[in-house]
Unconditional design. Sequence first.
Length: 193
Amino acid sequence: MSSTVAATAATTALSLFFVSVLVFVLYRDYRIDLFRQRMFALRDELFDFAAIGGIEFDAEAYGITRSTLNGFIRFGERVTLGSAIVAGIAYRKAEHERLAFNLQLREAMADLSPDQRKTIDSIVARMGAYVTEQVVLTSPFLLILLIPATTVLVASVAGGHLAAKMLSVSPVRKMLNPLESLALEYGATARFA
């Protein structure tokens, strides 16, 4: 083995090591921090809306939304493709219809004004978009599968709101509901300072 081949092999191995650290450690940590920061920003927006009198702090819709955001903040590192699959399977088997995030929120929003509903819906839609983005962008498998599909989707929706289009797709909604339900359950029991 010549010294050139050995040097190339060593350089390649070292490069693969650093790329692996970048992708599987640093990028993952960055995504978790970004996800949590976005959830904090949504929770702050919800609080600010209540602070100016937009909704009562003790309104059930406020509590459900805040608890769900708290659940995502607390367990942000667990928002992965694997957890989405497991939550979806467990959710179906346990038939937690009474705990379903969407059902609870819709019932809680029944007595809200149109402005209140619009604000809560906006926060929840962005929360769902961030969860979807987190699941997709932290899964190497989904990234490889979805890059071509996303390119086609972006081209077909050019000028529209991609997140809103994605959230209206039934499989995406089915994935989000169990995760949102678990986040609501965990967030409701969380103790934040």
